[in-house]
Design a protein around this ligand. Structure first.
Ligand code: RTP
Length: 155
């Protein structure tokens, strides 16, 4: 069963500063790995203000925008590219509702967060935004296109 190229999507997932500081990096990465998606990029990164503003430019007019920018730039984030069939919508399901109090148990926010302003993780909301955000957060050469090898690792 090989997925056609058109079905394979890319999404940008980011562990926000609270997720890093609370020691949730491994836990969050595990959920995407265990689901079966493929990691294509990964880095710990101190986000400059200009990049945070560009990433969240659609929310510029919101009253919480300055606080959101302070939050995202308050410490390092973990930037990730994930690939797979239906990965954009599926990742949003794994993440759960924006307000963690409305997020179902079993989701990342439902299990690990309380406040909207400290909701530990970001996921792209469309395939187009997935591509846009990966290009925004990663330089060329930081992403890896790879396929699992057939040989056993240990003999
Ligand atoms: P994200 O982009 O982080 O995955 O979140 P989302 O799509 O679930 O939510 P969105 O509406 O795009 O909001 C982006 C992030 O802004 C913060 N936020 N704070 N009322 C508030 O204080 C408020 N509303 C939104 C959250 O960190 C949210 O994830």
């Amino acid at each position: 069963l090989v997925a056609s190229m058109e079905e394979v999507e890319q999404t940008y997932i980011m562990i926000k500063p609270d997720g890093v500081q609370r020691g949730l990096v491994g836990e969050i990465i595990s959920r995407f790995e265990r689901k079966g998606f493929k990691l294509t990029g990964l880095k710990l990164f101190q986000c400059p203000k200009e990049l945070a503003e560009e990433h969240y430019k659609d929310l510029q007019s919101k009253p919480f925008f300055p606080k959101l920018i302070d939050y995202i730039t308050s410490g390092p984030v973990v930037c990730m590219g994930w690939e797979g069939v239906g990965v954009v919508a599926s990742a949003r399901k794994l993440i759960g509702a924006t307000n963690p109090l409305n997020a179902e148990p079993g989701t990342i926010r439902g299990d690990l967060a309380v406040q909207t302003g400290r909701n530990v993780v970001h996921g792209s909301d469309s395939p187009d935004n997935g591509k846009r955000e990966i290009a925004l957060w990663f330089k060329e050469g930081e992403l890896c296109a790879w396929a699992a090898v057939q040989e056993p690792w240990l003999m």
